[in-house]
Design a protein around this ligand. Structure first.
Ligand code: ATP
Ligand code: PLP
Ligand code: MG
Ligand code: NA
Ligand code: MG
Length: 330
C-alpha cells in the first residue's frame, strides 16, 4: 500500500515482555516495515515490577552505534521513532541523530519523519532527571509528531490541562512555540460537565496548508493498568500515519477543500491514522485483559491449595504490577 519504509527506533530494550523497542520492533515489523533498533537501556523487565536489573547506554554509546550504521551505509531511514532516553545527554545525542537524518533528506524536503515520544513522567510524577525537560524542549522543534501524555504536554507547554479550553491552549502553544506540525496527546482523562469522566486521545495538525484544529477520540476504558501501551501506540501511529499520508498524496492531492481550509477531521491523515491505531489497541488490550484475568485465577487457585510463600508473592506482584501486553496469540 505504501513504499518500503525503513525506521530507526531508539528506545528501551527489555529481556522479558514488551515495552520500548521490544514493543515497537514487533509492531513495526508485523506491519510490514523494516526496523533498526538502538537500545537506550537494556533491562530485565519493565519498571512496574518494582525492580529491574540491567544497564543504561551513554550518549557516546548511542552516537557510536549510529556512526557505525553510517560507516556501513546503513542509514537510509525514512522515519525515526524515539522513546525513553536515560538522561539529558542521551536526549541531545538523539536530537543530533535526528537532525543528521533530516539533513540527508534536504533534497526531498518532508520525506524524513521523526515521531518523538518525550518520555518524562506520568500522572503528575516526573521519572527522569530535571535536566531532561530543557533537553527535550530544545529538540522538539525538529520533530514532526510528538506524543506526550497529559503530564508531559503540561510540562513542555507550561499549561495545566483541566478542561477542553486549557487542552486547546496547551496544544496551540506547542504548535506555535515549537513549530511542531503534528501533536497527539496519547491519553487524557477529563471530566466534561454533567457527564461521566472519560479517557481520550486528542490530536492536532498545523502546517502551512492546515490551521490547527483539534480532534478527539474517546476510548472505552479497560479496567487494567498496562505497561508498554504508550510505546505500542507510538509504533502503530508511525506506520498508520505513513500509510495515511501516502493515501492522501495518491488519492486526494488534487481535490479542492470544500470550504477554505475547513478540513474535516477524518480527512486529516493524523485523524485517519488515529482511528486505526485505537482499533488495534482495543483488540489487543481486550485480549490481554482476558488472558491476564485467567492467569490471576490460576495463581489464586495455587495460593489457595499449596500456599507457599512464593506463590503468594507472585500473586501479589501480578495484581500490583502494570500488566504486560500479550502480543503473541496462544
Ligand atoms: P506514556 O507512555 O508517555 O506514559 P500514555 O500515558 O499516554 O503515554 P497510556 O496511558 O499507556 O500511555 O495510553 C496509550 C494508549 O493505550 C491509549 O491511547 C489507549 O489507546 C491505550 N490504553 C492504555 N491503557 C488503557 C486502558 N486501561 N483502557 C483502554 N485503553 C488503554
Ligand atoms: N518500563 C520501561 C523500562 C520503559 O522503557 C517503559 C517505556 O518506555 C515502560 C516501562 C512503560 O511503557 P509505557 O509508557 O508504554 O506503558
Ligand atoms: Mg502513561
Ligand atoms: Na506518550
Ligand atoms: Mg511510555
Amino acid at each position: 500500500p505504501f513504499p518500503e519504509t525503513r525506521v530507526l527506533a531508539i528506545a528501551s530494550h527489555v529481556v522479558y515482555g514488551y515495552v520500548g523497542n521490544t514493543m515497537a520492533g514487533f509492531v513495526i515489523q508485523s506491519m510490514g516495515c523494516e526496523v533498526a533498533a538502538i537500545n537506550s537501556v537494556q533491562l530485565s523487565n519493565h519498571l512496574g515490577y518494582g525492580q529491574a536489573k540491567g544497564t543504561r547506554a551513554t550518549a557516546a554509546e548511542i552516537t557510536d552505534l549510529y556512526d557505525g550504521l553510517k560507516a556501513s551505509y546503513l542509514d537510509e531511514f525514512d522515519m525515526m521513532l524515539s522513546g525513553y532516553l536515560p538522561g539529558a545527554s542521551a536526549v541531545e545525542a538523539v536530537g543530533s541523530i535526528a537532525r543528521d537524518l533530516k539533513y540527508k533528506h534536504t533534497m526531498k524536503p518532508g520525506s524524513f519523519f521523526w515521531v518523538l515520544d518525550p518520555v518524562m513522567g506520568d500522572n503528575g510524577r516526573l521519572y527522569v532527571a530535571e535536566d531532561v525537560i530543557p533537553a527535550y524542549k530544545n529538540l522538539i522543534k525538529d520533530a514532526d509528531l510528538i506524543l506526550p501524555n497529559q503530564f508531559e504536554a503540561e510540562t513542555i507547554s507550561g499549561i495545566k490541562i483541566v478542561d477542553m479550553v486549557t487542552l486547546k491552549l496547551a496544544i496551540t502553544t506547542l504548535h506555535e512555540r515549537y513549530r511542531i506540525p503534528h501533536i497527539m496527546i496519547t491519553s487524557i482523562s477529563l471530566q466534561s460537565p454533567g457527564s461521566e469522566p472519560f479517557l481520550a486521545v486528542v490530536g492536532s495538525t498545523f502546517t502551512t496548508a492546515v490551521k490547527p484544529r483539534l480532534f478527539r477520540v474517546k476510548i472505552p476504558a479497560i479496567d487494567c493498568f498496562f505497561s508498554g501501551t504508550g510505546d505500542m501506540f507510538a509504533a502503530l501511529m508511525l506506520v498508520r500515519l505513513r500509510e495515511a499520508v501516502f493515501a492522501v498524496d495518491g488519492l486526494y492531492e488534487t481535490a479542492a477543500w470544500v470550504s477554505g481550509d475547513e478540513v474535516a477531521p477524518t480527512e486529516l491523515p493524523l485523524a485517519k491514522a488515529t482511528e486505526k491505531v485505537l482499533a488495534s489497541m482495543h483488540q489487543v488490550l481486550t485480549r490481554t485483559k482476558v488472558s491476564r484475568d485467567a492467569e490471576l485465577e490460576r495463581y489464586e487457585k495455587r495460593v489457595g491449595t499449596r500456599n507457599t510463600g512464593e506463590d503468594e508473592k507472585r500473586l501479589k506482584l501480578e495484581v500490583s504490577k502494570a500488566t504486560e501486553v500479550r502480543l503473541v496469540r496462544n
